[in-house]
Design a protein. Structure first.
Length: 96
């Protein structure tokens, strides 16, 4: 689940393409101007930036959820709710 969120952050960062667009979008997400300028012009690769605190605090799980990207765990719990209960609560057949 964590890897998938990092991949989504990487795709968003890569989609912004130009440093000026990266700066504007970081400011829109709540980063101050100095940090936004520095991170928009970083020479780090996209995957490293996706794992950095700057994108981890701006592109959060809540924001991804608002965009329609559901966490895998919550999706799994919707699909198979009976698999999440402990095994000892299921009816047991005693063998005689």
């Amino acid at each position: 689940d964590g890897w998938l969120r990092n991949r989504l952050r990487y795709c968003i960062w890569h989609h912004w393409k130009k440093p000026e667009r990266k700066r504007k979008n970081l400011i829109r997400l709540g980063i101050d101007h100095d940090h936004a300028y520095a991170w928009s012009r970083t020479r780090m690769g996209g995957w490293a930036v996706a794992q950095s605190p700057i994108l981890g605090t701006t592109i959060t799980l809540d924001r991804l959820g608002k965009r329609g990207y559901e966490a895998m765990l919550t999706h799994y719990e919707k699909i198979a709710p009976h698999l999440n209960e402990p095994l000892y609560t299921r009816p047991v057949r005693t063998v005689v």
